[in-house]
Design a protein around this ligand. Structure first.
Ligand code: GLA
Length: 365
């Protein structure tokens, strides 16, 4: 009798713990990335037209609560000809977001790439005048920002204005050539006028590298000094299994936060190859395998950066991935066209990779 009573208690305790672990496991399956990070920041993803109809859709709804248009809101997509706006994809993305309660980050209002040629040409094919270019910039920014007022909460206003060569400070783009440094401040002012409630960001890559960071800080300080309406800095975060290290990342976050700017991680992916600035052809001997070593390094890198993001949750207000899964990434085409990359948290079959489990199980680390 005595033994039986204890056996019974033991069996009940065993059953209860099994039930508990099953529930926890079920819960983990039911929760998506955004749920694990509910107390930290929204988790976003860059999408295109296909994402809204294909089988990635459920994965997107389950894991993310913020969206960026990968290409649909760039100048060349929205205004391919002067005065002719093409809203269809951008409208579908924003419509989907509003219906499904996603936040939307707008990307991007002024950039040297993916900008139509007509923007920089005068009536006779000569270089556009300063006055006309400024007027076109204003019209473009205000038409776009007003259309999505109240639906897009943050805009990447100027993208990649800092040169990769630290001695140059600003990139010698057409914008710079025609308008001088002032185009940056103007772009922010135009956007702010169009939607005073939108959070306005300067967005760029490699800005945790000390040389580039020094120039980004110089620009941001000068904008703040001139009272330009800028609210944050977008760290694109096209990183790799080789960089950044924790010290570089934390230093950058601290430096930007010290300017009283919000930080958004705007275009996160972890390439399995080293960073290269120039496009080039794939070498015949170049392997495309996702090796065990790459996988482990990627897991470690994702684990480290998310640990840092959580630590700085008071200043990091959004973390957005650039593309959904390893089925398609822009890195399959750049810098080496046709070389498969594996930079994201979901594999080609849309299943979570080991790196995914590493970053969602942070309480147990
Ligand atoms: C930059 C741009 C993005 C996108 C990526 C590559 O980071 O900001 O819009 O073009 O390059 O996909």
């Amino acid at each position: 009798m005595f033994l039986t009573k204890y056996k019974l208690k033991f069996l009940i305790a065993l059953a209860a713990s099994l039930l508990f672990f099953c529930c926890v496991a079920q819960q983990s399956k039911k929760r998506g990335l955004k749920d694990f990070y509910r107390n930290y920041f929204p988790v976003g993803v860059a999408i295109n037209k296909r994402s809204l109809v294909g089988d990635e859709l459920n994965l997107i709804k389950h894991n993310f609560n913020s969206l960026t248009a990968e290409n649909a809101m760039k100048m060349t997509s929205l205004q391919p000809k002067e005065g002719v706006f093409n809203w269809s994809t951008a409208d579908s993305i924003v419509g989907f977001a509003v219906k499904n309660k996603f936040k939307v980050r707008g990307h991007t209002l002024c950039w040297h790439n993916q900008t139509p040629e007509w923007m920089f040409l005068g009536a006779n094919g000569e270089q556009v005048s300063k006055e006309l270019l400024l007027q076109r910039l204003k019209i473009h920014i205000q038409t776009v920002v007003k259309r999505y007022r109240g639906k897009i909460y943050a805009w990447d206003v100027v993208n990649e204005a800092i040169d990769d060569n630290p001695n140059n400070y600003l990139r010698r783009s057409k914008w710079y050539e025609v308008l001088g440094e002032d185009y940056i401040a103007k772009a922010f002012e135009f956007a702010h006028e169009a939607d005073p409630n939108a959070q306005l960001f300067y967005n760029d890559y490699n800005i945790e590298r000390p040389d580039k960071m020094a120039n980004v800080l110089r620009l941001l300080k000068s904008l703040k000094q001139k009272d330009v309406p800028i609210h944050g800095v977008g760290m694109q975060s096209h990183w790799s299994i080789f960089e950044p290290d924790q010290l570089a990342l934390e230093t950058a976050i601290q430096q930007y936060a010290a300017l009283d700017l919000k930080i958004h991680i705007t275009e996160l992916d972890i390439s399995v190859y080293p960073w290269e600035a120039q496009e080039r052809k794939k070498r015949p001997d170049e392997s495309e395998a996702f090796t065990a070593e790459m996988e482990q390094k990627q897991i470690d890198k994702y684990e480290m950066i998310f640990k840092v993001f959580r630590k700085y949750k008071d200043v990091i207000e959004n973390v957005t991935f650039w593309n959904v899964s390893d089925r398609y990434s822009w890195l399959d085409f750049f810098p080496v066209s046709g070389r498969k990359n594996y930079p994201l948290l979901f594999n080609k079959n849309l299943q979570p990779k080991k790196a995914y489990w590493k970053i969602v199980n942070f309480k147990h680390n």
